[in-house]
Design a protein around this ligand. Sequence first.
Ligand code: FMN
Length: 328
Amino acid sequence: MTRVTDSLLIRGKQIKNRIVMAPVYTFPFNGVSEDSFYNIEHIEHYTRRAAGGMGLIIVASTQVYGAADGTKQWTANNIAILKQIAADCHAYGTIVFMQLSCGNVDINHLSTDDIHSMQTDMKSAALSACEMGFDGVEFHFAHGFALCKFLDASFNQRNDQYGNSAMNRARILTELLPDIRSNTNVDFIISVRMGEYMPESRDGIEIARIFEKAGIDLLDISFGMESPERPVPDGFPCSSVTYSGCNIKKEVSIPVIAVGDIRTEEQIRFLIENDYVDLVAIGRGMLTDPEFANHIKNNEPIRQCWRCGGVPEKCLWFTDYHNCPAMK
Ligand SMILES: Cc1cc2nc3c(=O)[nH]c(=O)nc-3n(C[C@H](O)[C@H](O)[C@H](O)COP(=O)(O)O)c2cc1C
């Protein structure tokens, strides 16, 4: 039986346990410095969670489209901060990725040249992440953003090689992979965050298999254009988003992360010990309890997120975490 404290090897890199810090954008930290998107608060934030025992940390979405070549996010100052985050995570034995996002543009209006330029930025950001010492990247194909729109058959109306078939809808990344592989370390992990419903479950499954065949190392299953409303089977103690992760896991051989309202040790053990998924990601719970993973490991109580407003979109970390009631 797999245990939460068991390690997992991906491309020769050891993730020391099954608990992942989900990518959670730290809006309140932004805008502190003139020439930097990242700042000292980001270093402290991620280092505290690495010290808190996380197996894998996914640094929240960094915009790459139009940004990889030297806008505010990719200045020398930012690179120094990101390098420090990677080094600090490693000092605690935590594997660390950058999540790369291509913003929220309408992909149906992009020219082929625009798409190629998006791909150039995706590649260049992945290479930078590798150079900065990150163990891998996660391409953000979830939550209705630009890359997600490519995947979703009901949104993607393109009639060229980036639309129609599932193979084409995944092409923005699959045709880029060999180039990223040959320009990054052999153990550099490339993962994708995506949903199951694209818009039907079978579409997400087909895409997941295409990514696997193309050489993606790890799938992080959240939701696509919108959160699934489907009820979960009787006795399944987690959310429908989490259930999506379990569904995709049945269809692929690469490791799968599940996420979405996972709050308790019982839920985590259920998912891992029954091999429903390989890793579990914690978002808001990791904000309110930086020691989340150590607390699970040591059988200690977790400082729970209060679920303000019920859905992640209402989380006060989108605006001012100083008002987060669980932090007081
Ligand atoms: C404040 C906030 C920021 C988030 N930022 C990101 C992000 O940058 N990228 C991403 O893929 N998901 C993001 N998410 C979604 C989380 O990764 C996670 O999937 C979601 O919060 C559900 O997990 P939870 O119930 O454990 O919080 C964000 C969520 C919150 C609350």
